[in-house]
Design a protein around this ligand. Structure first.
Ligand SMILES: [Zn+2]
Length: 312
């Protein structure tokens, strides 16, 4: 098999080849122009988000400085004069001082992580079985970039991939992975999950969760692994396209409930669509992600009486 990408992390002696089929059509000039426009849009969106986040963090840091004592610059002592290392308000992780139990306390903007009562993930059980509307997945080969953002490996998209249900259309923004899967089904865990984040024109989020178990390799995940950036937070922009429909299971039954983002700021009002049928990754594909992220799953949260519906 021809090898158009080879990925090797230090001490990670895994060579990965992917069929050249995905390269077809890449030298079409019109496609290149469209792709350049898409990538420019992705970059602009990314930069805008970064500016917004930077502005929020700056405001918050100024507030903290004021709270810590009348504008004394960067005081790192408490009232007892005891030295206390300043914890950056934007830092969170999956264990220890900055782990999930502390997210809601680290930054007031993340209070929902602590006080919310419609949080995700959950253990999916006792759903009511009804005739759920089919989710219409309108995914097609699209340009993408891959970012290792320190919390997960994320694949970002411009416009073009959509889902629609209940009269709404949501655009695919990005997908990323957790190891192990964050959600459980009737108490059963899975080695990994992919979360596909979609947003509608009014900013409402719909996240499709695709559970992953060990088995045959998946071509989309292989493309992601082939294009893993070597540096954190530096997007790798491949010259090929990706057909995200190959990340979906064959059967389209799902569970659905209202929840939240599973990372800070833990915003609620998120429509969750958890596909019932898992897809498979090869043990090697799972091992690659597990090596980068041995544990990046938030624990399950209280369902707190929420309604869960599932396809019959
Ligand atoms: Zn996620």
């Amino acid at each position: 098999m021809p090898c158009n990408r080879f990925f090797s992390l230090a001490a990670l002696s895994v060579g990965i080849c992917f069929p050249a089929a995905a390269l077809a059509g890449a030298d079409n000039a019109a496609v290149n122009v469209a792709r350049a426009a898409e990538l420019a849009a992705i970059r602009a969106k990314h930069e805008q988000t970064e500016r917004e986040v930077a502005a929020i963090m700056k405001t918050r840091q100024e507030e903290i400085r004021r709270e810590r004592g009348g504008g004394r610059p960067k005081s790192s002592s408490n009232v007892d004069g005891e030295a206390r290392p300043a914890v950056p308000v934007e830092h969170w992780s999956y264990e220890g001082e900055t782990g999930p139990q502390r997210w809601g306390k680290i930054n007031p903007a993340w209070a929902k992580c602590h006080s919310g009562n419609r949080q995700s993930p959950i253990d999916i059980r006792e759903g009511i079985q009804v005739e759920l509307e089919t989710v219409n997945f309108d995914y097609k080969p699209a340009a993408f970039n891959v970012v290792n953002n320190g919390h997960t490996v994320q694949v970002n998209f411009g416009a073009g991939n959509r889902i629609s249900l209940t009269g709404r259309t949501y655009e695919l923004m990005q997908f990323h992975f957790h190891h192990p899967a964050e959600e459980t089904v009737g108490g059963r865990g899975f080695p990994m999950v992919a979360h596909l984040h979609h947003k509608d024109a009014e900013g409402r989020l719909a996240i499709v969760a695709v559970l992953i178990e060990s088995g045959d390799p998946n071509p989309v995940v292989q493309t992601v692994w082939n294009n893993l950036p070597l540096e954190a937070n530096e997007p790798l922009v491949p010259t090929i396209t990706m057909d995200v429909s190959q990340l979906l299971p064959q059967r389209r039954e799902y569970y659905t409930y209202m929840g939240s983002l599973t990372t800070p700021p833990c915003s609620e009002g998120v429509l969750w669509i958890v596909m019932k049928q898992p897809i498979t990754l090869s043990p090697q594909q799972i091992a690659i992600f597990a090596r980068l992220y041995p544990m990046n799953a938030r624990p399950v949260q209280a369902t707190a009486g929420r309604l869960i519906k599932e396809s019959q």
